[in-house]
Design a protein around this ligand. Structure first.
Ligand code: B16
Ligand code: MG
Length: 224
């Protein structure tokens, strides 16, 4: 089975917006009278806005009516947008440019290696615009196009379908536990970017795209 497409998560893989999500959620929790730690924040990575709010409220032992939850989610998003609107192309993570240069040079008999973005963030288009990467991907699947967040595989299976490739011809690049699970449940080869102790379900783990080459991914995929 050849590799036909690479599908990339956004937050934590292309750009580090996780810190801004954390700051905005922490501010919300503090206003509600409790705190969240960095360790707790790991559980929110790759998880949708509404599911994240539910996890945070459960953490603070709070149960609120739906209208109030909608207004809290919108308040958090406003704080988050204030932070991400200041981002620039300098915020793109180290290694992204060089990894994509390798991807562009990769040609095989099956044709060019296709690329897709698989992010559950509804703010993905704005972030890509801010960091100057709106035209980087052949297809973009974001939170506005899906109904189920990670660990459901929808964001990646939809990306494969829009690219016209099979799931087992795709490689997913993910930094979050929920995202690695989404890729595996979608039937894809998953490269975890982070710690092997955390991303235990991944087929291959590297600290970040900076420490990884396209050849290493191909070699490991073939060994599978
Ligand atoms: P928004 P990813 C995810 O993006 C984030 O990791 C997660 O922390 C966030 O709650 C989610 O997007 C929804 O984001 O509130 O902007 O719609 O990792 O899938 O790129
Ligand atoms: Mg992520």
């Amino acid at each position: 089975m050849p590799i036909r497409a690479f599908l990339f998560d956004l937050d934590g893989v292309i750009v580090d917006t996780a810190i801004y999500h954390y700051q905005a959620w922490k501010r919300l929790a503090n206003e509600l009278g409790f705190d969240i730690s960095e360790e707790f924040n790991e559980k929110l990575k790759g998880v949708s806005r509404t599911d994240s709010l539910d996890l945070i409220l459960a953490h603070g032992n709070l149960s609120l009516p739906d209208e109030e939850k909608t207004s809290l989610a919108s308040q958090k998003n406003q704080w988050y947008l204030d932070l991400v609107s200041r981002m620039t192309p300098e915020d793109v993570l180290p290694g992204v440019a060089s990894f994509f240069a390798q991807v562009r040079k990769t040609t095989r008999s099956e044709g060019p290696l296709l690329t897709g973005l698989g992010s559950v963030s509804k703010n993905a288009p704005l972030i890509l615009e801010r960091i100057g990467l709106a035209d980087l991907f052949d297809v973009i699947i974001d939170g506005n196009k899906i109904s189920k967040g990670k660990p459901d595989p929808e964001v990646f299976t939809k990306g494969a379908a829009e690219l016209g490739v099979n799931p087992d011809e795709c490689v997913v690049f993910e930094d979050a536990v929920a995202g690695v699970e989404a890729g595996k449940r979608g039937g894809m080869f998953v490269v975890g970017l982070g710690s092997p102790d955390v991303l235990t379900q991944a087929d291959l783990v590297a600290p970040s795209l900076e420490q990884l080459t396209v050849d290493q991914v191909f070699d490991q995929f073939e060994l599978k």
